[in-house]
Design a protein. Structure first.
Length: 435
């Protein structure tokens, strides 16, 4: 391990790497509950999704460790799971099999962009303001979903949405508020694994109050993956009308990965001349994990910013990722417990709200004093929750950005790729309706 992971060169040891890997796992383990809970609403088998989530996370994280030698973990992205479930399947009435096909196609495109190094051209061409807006908009969208699922926010004929008038009368809502309060306290106190620990404390409170059923067994063999394995429908996903769906999966994955890789690598002191060594290998593992995830039966696999918790513990090499991958494999045998918790929205909803807070932090990086930057960014952010569609927010942002820059006399500063995408999305709205 010393030779393979270059532990001495990175001034670390096996004990430190193992501790860092376990820390990273517990920081992002909430996805094992949230993913089956959300994708189950799309009509998918929760047990199969759980296995697909754990396996894709394990495989992707392991490959990141042994191929790229980075202490960065991967798993299905929460924002893309929300997009998959609520926008594509429930909103656009696209069969989940077709949606998995779109995920697979986006993985193939990501792979081709990586090996041809075109990804660098695309990343550099997209305005930073739009990148920050997409991340922030997804955060607000996720938080809104969490509050909606917990019935904290409900329908209203007069105002469209409103706070539940029976807020203090329903035990499940009180449990959600309790979970949000506990998780907030843990986050503010900077407790490692705060989100996951908050979910466990909420679950215990739910068991005590009778809202969460105590499973008869905590351990069991993993459930069958047959209901989702190889069920993706690639031919259906190749239809012209689904172009925006594939693009949204690709776009968010592309920039989410780039930002996470640079951020975590910077924290670990792994950047050289402000560049990320072996970046191609890291992005290669992500594209492979995404394709495998679609085959297994889950949404886009992406790098997790929670990996920074392991880095803060001392993780510096791929051994950290290998340990995290092993933890995900071990989690496969805890499905009876996961099943009883994932079916209770009061346990998963606070996690969605907190993750939304973290993602919305990118709002501060937008140039609000420049209206040619602020207006497209704001439209991107606000369209996501109000249209209940991440893809619509992205498309609207790309339509407005070049228009605002042209009006401001800064049209030459906009990359031609942005103009092309703006025209494509404008035509999409005109001829194919809502995204």
């Amino acid at each position: 391990m010393q030779r393979f992971f270059h532990l001495s060169e990175h001034k670390t040891d096996v004990k430190t790497e193992v501790l860092a890997g376990v820390t990273t796992f517990f920081t992002m383990a909430y996805i094992l509950l949230v993913s089956p809970s959300m994708m189950g609403q799309a009509g998918m088998d929760m047990g199969a999704v759980f296995v697909a989530t754990a396996l894709s996370a394990a495989v992707g994280t392991f490959l990141m460790g042994v191929i790229a030698n980075y202490p960065i973990a991967l798993a299905p992205g929460l924002g893309l799971i929300a997009y998959f479930t609520f926008t594509v399947v429930l909103g656009m009435k696209v069969p989940w099999q077709t949606a998995l096909g779109a995920v697979f196609i986006s993985g193939i495109i990501f792979f081709l962009l990586t090996v041809t190094k075109v990804r660098e051209l695309i990343i550099n061409s997209i305005p930073s303001g739009l990148k920050y807006a997409v991340s922030s908009g997804i955060g607000i969208f996720i938080a809104f979903i969490g509050l909606k699922n917990a019935n904290v926010i409900v329908d209203s004929e007069s105002t469209f949405v409103m706070i539940n008038p029976h807020l203090t009368e329903k035990p499940e809502i009180l449990l959600t508020i309790f979970g949000l309060f506990i998780t907030t306290v843990l986050m503010v106190r900077k407790v490692k694994g705060a989100i996951f620990i908050g979910m466990l404390i909420t679950a215990v409170a739910g068991m005590i109050t009778g809202q969460v059923q105590v499973p008869a067994d905590f351990f069991a063999l993993p459930p069958s993956m047959a209901p989702t394995f190889m069920k993706l429908d690639v031919p259906a996903a190749l239809e012209l009308g689904l172009f925006t769906i594939v693009f949204a999966f690709l776009f968010v994955d592309l920039f989410d990965n780039a930002g996470t890789l640079v951020g975590v690598a910077s924290q670990a002191g792994l950047l050289k001349d402000n560049k990320l060594p072996r970046a191609g290998r890291a992005l290669f593992t992500d594209s492979v994990a995404t394709m495998l995830g679609a085959v297994f039966g889950t949404s886009t696999v992406t790098s997790y910013i929670e990996s920074s918790a392991g880095v803060a513990t001392g993780g510096r090499t791929g051994l950290t990722s290998v340990v995290t991958a092993v933890c995900f494999l071990g989690a496969l045998f805890f499905y009876p417990l996961i099943e009883s918790l994932a079916s209770v929205s009061a346990i998963t909803s606070p996690a969605l709200v907190i993750v939304g807070v973290l993602m919305a932090g990118s709002l501060k990086k937008i140039e609000w004093d420049d209206l040619s930057e602020a207006i497209p960014a704001f439209i991107t952010v606000i369209f996501m929750p109000l249209t209940f569609s991440i893809a619509t927010g992205i498309a609207a942002g790309f339509v407005f950005y070049p228009l605002c820059k042209l009006v401001a006399g800064e049209g030459k500063k906009v990359n031609v790729i942005v103009y092309i995408l703006g025209i494509i999305f404008a035509l999409r709205f005109i001829f194919l309706g809502a995204v």
